[in-house]
Design a protein around this ligand. Structure first.
Ligand code: DSN
Length: 476
């Protein structure tokens, strides 16, 4: 067995400047050191999580790995500040730094997305969506969004969410090719005259034509809300058409593809001062109120600081290079899986996501997910169009390449990933819809191969990767 040590990157110190030994750095160090003595149980869990992230192949489409600086900022003492309101208009004293931090985050968000307005306070994109909906709709008003089973999101009108219970939610779906059925969107919009049309998805591997959505929205006098949670990194990098100047409002989570902290963001471009439903109040003012005080109280200052840091990281050329790799990897992964005989929905992908029908392997989505996890590969079950299995079982898998690309893995390594997926899926036997049988020797072999691939392609957070030998030679 060969071993390799990956050295952690040296902190960048500009000559003449103080090294990073400021009060905040000391506090973080002291905190972590103390935690190991004060609460070893919790510290061990946190350490195990880092180990797990280093040594598993995470293909969760809604995840990415935050830069260590983003993680550090998220743990800042700024978190101790309680200050409702917005910069310069707080309801508590002591927010001088926080005001500056929030202004910085807002400016960086606007810069990154070419927006005229940004609200960085939403605690998640779900909160952002609900804030937008509650300011544009009255209870019982109609909204039109992508059906959850077709790849939509809970907050786009699902009955399981308040978005589908407080409002009259109508859903559009996909056509025979698995693409957004724009004829149906237009027809439903004509019939139901929604006040809000939502463009965006949780499980959709193709480019979203925001301009076409806007045409439909304009025809019926609806506001267009674009939820770019899954593709925000590609949008920021210019690799997916931006809805910011097309939609009235755009929302995103900051952790999925932006590599930021848990949180959400509301953006507006060209229409930032278009009138709200009362015909007077501009959208940007409506959004300020919609977040605070209408749907949230105290913001999360350290998370907002971490957002500011993430937006700066996303503006760097390296982020675009990773985004390019994300798309190239997803295309290669889809092609390899297809060549191995698996059905890939829509025949491929334009973004970071590959949707796979696992019924050809005899498995269900949940058994495929669990067998893969046992082997060190993370991908989540997903319903596929026409799925007859319940949401906790499903017939599909959703794969994503954000983290693979962040590891520096390219299309060449996607062959290895596809082969590992194939080995597990074809080597697992269904016992019931939710249980399976797999040869322990196969688990050991694939786990070792996964560790080998991970060690060869370490995450930025991996400071001591050792490289086991490839046993079955799936690697490059
Ligand atoms: N919306 C969920 C997903 O797409 O996986 C979690 O963020």
């Amino acid at each position: 067995m060969t071993h390799r040590t990956v050295t952690a990157p040296e902190p960048t110190v500009v000559p003449g400047e103080r090294p990073p030994t400021g009060a905040q750095a000391e506090l973080l160090r002291t905190g972590m050191d103390t935690l190991h003595h004060a609460d070893p149980e919790l510290a061990a869990l946190l350490d195990a999580e880092v180990e797990q992230q280093n040594s598993t192949l995470a293909m969760i489409a809604s995840a990415s790995t935050a830069d260590p600086t983003v993680l550090a900022v998220g743990g800042a003492a700024l978190s101790n500040v309680t200050a409702e309101g917005y910069p310069g208009a707080r309801y508590h004293p002591g927010a001088r730094q926080f005001d500056e931090v929030e202004r910085l985050a807002v400016e960086r968000a606007k810069q990154l997305f070419g927006a005229r307005y940004a609200n960085v306070q939403p605690h998640s994109c779900s909160s952002a969506n609900l804030a937008v909906l509650s300011s544009l709709l009255r209870p019982g008003d109609t909204l039109l969004g992508l059906d959850l089973d077709a790849g939509g999101h809970l907050t786009h009108g699902s009955r399981a969410s308040v978005s589908g219970r407080h409002y009259h939610a109508v859903s559009y779906g996909l056509d025979d090719r698995g693409l957004i059925d724009f004829a149906q969107v237009a027809e439903l919009a004509r019939e139901h005259r929604p006040r809000v049309l939502i463009a965006g998805a949780s499980a959709y591997p193709r480019t979203v034509d925001f301009a076409r959505f806007r045409e439909i929205a304009d025809r019926v006098g609806a506001y267009l809300l674009a939820d770019i949670s899954h593709i925000a990194g590609l949008v920021a990098a210019g690799l997916h058409p931006s809805p910011v100047d097309v939609a009235h409002l755009t929302t995103t989570s900051t952790y999925k593809q932006l590599g930021g902290p848990r949180g959400g963001l509301i953006l507006a471009g060209r229409d930032f001062d278009a009138p709200g439903p009362d015909g007077r109040t501009p959208l940007h003012r409506l959004m300020q109120r919609a977040v605070f005080p209408q749907s949230q109280g105290t913001p999360s200052p350290a998370s907002i600081a971490a957002k500011a840091r993430a937006f700066a990281v996303a503006a760097e050329p390296a982020f675009r290079e990773t985004a390019e790799l994300i798309v190239a990897d997803a295309r290669a992964l889809a092609a390899e899986l297809s060549a191995l005989g698996h059905r890939i929905l829509t025949g491929g992908t334009d973004n970071h996501m590959v949707l796979m029908d696992v019924t050809g392997t005899g498995l269900t989505g949940v058994t495929a997910e669990r067998a893969l996890e046992e082997c060190g590969i993370l991908a989540n079950r997903n319903r596929i169009p026409g799925d007859t299995r319940p949401p906790l079982v499903t017939s599909g898998l959703r794969l994503g390449t954000n983290i693979l690309a962040q590891r520096g893995m390219g299309p060449a390594q996607m062959r290895a990933c596809a082969q590992l997926l194939h080995l597990v899926l074809t080597g697992t036997h269904l016992v019931s819809d939710t249980t399976y049988r797999i040869d322990p020797a196969l688990v050991t072999t694939v786990r070792e191969e996964v560790r080998w691939l991970c060690a060869r392609n370490p995450l930025p957070i991996d400071t001591d990767a050792s490289t086991p030998v490839s046993l079955i030679g799936v690697g490059p």
